[in-house]
Design a protein around this ligand. Sequence first.
Ligand code: UD1
Ligand code: UDP
Length: 366
Amino acid sequence: MNAPILCVVGARPNFMKMAAILPALKARQVATRLIHTGQHYDPAMKETFFQQLGIPEPDMDLEVGSGTHAVQTARIMMGFEPVIDAEKPRAVLVVGDVNSTIACALVAVKKGVPVIHVEAGLRSGDRGMPEEINRILTDQLSDFLFTTERSAEDNLVAEGIDRRRIHFVGNVMIDTLFRLLPLAPTAVEVMAAGGHGVLDGAAFGLVTLHRPSNVDDPETLNLLMTCLAQQSKKLPLVFPVHPRTRQRLQDGGLDRVLDRARVILLPPVGYLEMLGLMKSAKVILTDSGGVQEESTALGCPCLTLRENTERPVTVTEGTNTVVGRDPEKIAAVLDDILTKGGKAGRIPELWDGHAADRIAQHLAAV
Ligand code: UD1
Ligand code: UDP
C-alpha cells in the first residue's frame, strides 16, 4: 500500500516551500495529501499564492482562522487528528516555524506517525519569538530534519538530536524563487497594476514588517514608522502591509505618521509581484525570515530590522545586515548602501534550485 505523506501548509511562507516539495515528491511517485490548516485565509494571504505557485487545491482545509496562540494551536490540533485517523499516512511533513507546524507535528508524533520537518535547526536564540518555540519543539519531535544551512546541524546536535536524522539539502524557498523569477512582472508594472502611482523606473526601497516584536507595541511601531518616514527622504519606499501590521497601524492611528512621507502602502502583494519588487529594489528593509533569504538569493542588500536572525548564512555569506531598530544605525547602514552599494554577497551552499528533489530522494528511499 502506498500510504500518503500528509503535507501541511497554514501561513503565507509555507506556500512557497510546499510549491517546491509537492512536485518533487510526485516526480518520485511518493503519494501525498495536501492539508491547509486555514491559519491564513484572506484571498491575498492564500488563494493568490495557490494560483501563482501552481499548488493544487488542498485535499482538506481545516479553516481554523485567527486566535490567540493557544486557541489557534488547539483548533489546528483538533482539526488535524481526525485527518490522520482517516488517511493513515506514512508520515506528516511540516515546513517552517508557524503555529500550524508545531500543532500538526505534535498530533502526528503522539499517534506514532513519523514527522518530517523541512527548514529544521534554525535558531534566533530569542525565546520571546513564538517561532523560536515552534522551531525548538518541532525539531525535538521530528524523525527527518532537512536543513537549509550548515549552522542548523550544529544547533540541532547541541540540542541532543541524532546526526543521522539530519540532512543538509538546501533551501526549498529558493527552488521556487529560481523557478518563478522569469515570470515576475517589473516593479513599474506592479505599481501601475495596483493603481498606486508608477515608480517610473526610479530607485526605491522595499519594506515588509510583521513580527509581533516590531508591530504589536505602539511605541515601537511608532518609532519604526517615524524612521521609515525619515529615510524615505533619501529614496521612496514601497511597503506591502501584512494584515497584522495593517491592524496595528489602524488601531494606533499610526498610518498618519506616513501621511506626508514618500512611503507607498500596498495591501499584501502576490508572490510574483513580490519577486518583481524585490528584484528591482535598491534595498530591502524587513523583519521577514523568507525575505532575508530571498534578498540574499537575488543579491539585493537587506537590512533586517531585528536584534537577531535565525538565518546567519544570509549575513555571513549573503547581503543581509542585522541592524536592529535603532534609527541612527538604520540610517547609517542605509547611507552606506546608497553611496557604496552595500556588501557583495554570494549564494549560499546548495541554494541551487534542487533542494526539494534532494528531500524527495531521501523520502522515496525510506
Ligand atoms: C504568522 C506566523 C509567523 C509568520 C507569519 C507569516 C505564527 C505564530 N506566526 O504570523 O511566524 O512569519 O504568519 O506571514 O504562526 N490576519 C488576517 N488575515 C489572514 C491572516 C491573518 O487578517 O489571512 C490577521 C488577523 O488579525 C490575525 C493576525 O493577522 O489575528 C495575525 O495572524 P496569525 O496567523 O496569528 O499570525 P501572523 O502575524 O500572520
Ligand atoms: N511575500 C509576498 N507578498 C508580500 C510579502 C511577502 O508574497 O506582500 C512573500 C515573500 O516574498 C516570501 C514570503 O512571503 O516568499 C515570506 O512570508 P512572510 O514574510 O509572511 O513570513 P516569514 O518568512 O517571516 O515567516
